[in-house]
Design a binder for this molecule. Structure first.
Ligand SMILES: C[S@@+](CC[C@H](N)C(=O)[O-])C[C@H]1O[C@@H](n2cnc3c(N)ncnc32)[C@H](O)[C@@H]1O
Length: 337
């Protein structure tokens, strides 16, 4: 009995030794377990034979969850340095110099050749298959501030040969500008209408009666706009350019297509307006005027107004509010830039 009791007696030294062994065994077991876990589910890209001999680099999805959240996870924090800041500053710049302008009489043809193989989109328009999806024409298509006095004022002052509009929708403002140019004996002024003709997410809820029913996901805004242009007998000079404003303006810059008067009325958040204004400025002819709608809109915390103000400050220009619109001072001639 005594002897039995003695055989179970634990001395402080043996307790220490046993605990140490237990910890070592646990650590080795855990480590082996860890290797097993991380190599049992290789990342999709680790199928090559070369990666099987050496351990693959750890990707986040490949790291056990407890390590992803551990403060010991050895990730590299990228710190800004001189080079990255210079590159960042450079990326904030917009191109200011575009290609030599194409002659005025070649602008329409250049666009047809570049995007429609030389054929006017109005040729044979609307086909019966398209017409059946469109709404009857309204005498006053839906627009926003599209007939305010700013158009008459600027067109009579600038007497533009080419107008570029960013954000056309159903063409209310474009057709109003066409009417003004006719009244001012400028019947061959070109009006280039840049719009992706998709409206914006959620627009149908607000504007159901103004828009055709979408067809296989196509908003049909382009065709509804073209119907209005054709009906106004303006298809020889009011031309849709159905792309995003940024891709369209980059193309105009590369092709040498400039406007004497440019209206900005597409995206109303700061970044859209900022990009549109900068890209449009590059394709504005010296002496020309850049203006836009919704100077007072609250969208994106007055995003349009912040973009216009910043642009004017950076470029030393004056901003003049005109009703709901904003107007920048004319683009200086190159020698004074
Ligand atoms: C307010 S509506 C234009 C209204 C028009 N100026 C009028 O008053 O008759 C805005 C238009 O901009 C277009 N738009 C918005 N963001 C755009 C973008 N990034 N690229 C091309 N079009 C865009 C929409 O499709 C929409 O038709």
């Amino acid at each position: 009995m005594k002897g039995d009791t003695k055989s179970f007696r634990i001395t402080p030294i043996s307790f220490l030794a046993r605990t140490t062994i237990a910890i070592v065994l646990l650590s080795v077991g855990y480590t082996l377990g860890l290797f097993h876990t991380s190599s049992s589910k290789p990342p999709p890209s680790s199928s090559s034979s070369s990666s099987s001999s050496s351990s693959p680099p750890l990707s986040i999805s490949h790291v056990p969850l407890q390590l992803q959240t551990s403060t010991n996870f050895n990730c590299t924090t990228l710190k800004p340095n001189k080079e990255s800041l210079a590159a960042y500053k450079d990326l904030l710049q917009f191109k200011k110099q575009c290609t030599k302008p194409v002659p005025q009489r070649q602008i329409y043809e250049t666009i047809l050749n570049r995007i429609w193989d030389g054929v006017s989109p109005y040729t044979g328009f609307p086909s019966p298959a398209t017409a059946e999806h469109l709404l009857p024409l309204s005498s006053k298509p839906r627009g926003w501030g599209s007939t305010t006095p700013v158009f008459q004022d600027l067109i009579s002052t600038v007497r533009p040969k080419t107008i570029i509009e960013l954000g056309t929708f159903l063409g209310a403002s474009a057709l109003h500008m066409a009417q003004i140019t006719r009244n001012l004996s400028l019947p061959s002024t070109l009006i280039l209408c840049i719009d992706d003709f998709r409206t914006w997410p959620g627009a149908r809820r607000l504007l159901r009666s103004d828009l055709p029913v979408p067809y296989h996901g196509d908003a049909l805004l382009l065709h509804q706009f073209m119907l209005g242009v054709k009906n106004a007998n303006e298809s020889h000079r009011v031309l849709p350019f159905p792309f995003s404003t940024s891709s369209a303006l980059v193309a105009f810059c590369e092709w040498g297509i400039y406007g004497d008067l440019i209206e900005v009325d597409a995206g109303h958040d700061f970044h859209s307006a900022w990009s549109d204004i900068n890209l449009a400025w590059a394709v504005l002819r010296p002496g020309g005027v850049l203006f836009g709608h919704d100077y007072f809109t609250k969208a994106d915390n007055m995003g349009v107004r912040r973009a216009v103000t910043l642009f004017a400050k950076v470029n030393g220009l004056a901003v003049r509010p005109h009703g709901e619109h904003w107007v920048l001072s004319p683009k200086p001639q190159p020698s004074t830039l």
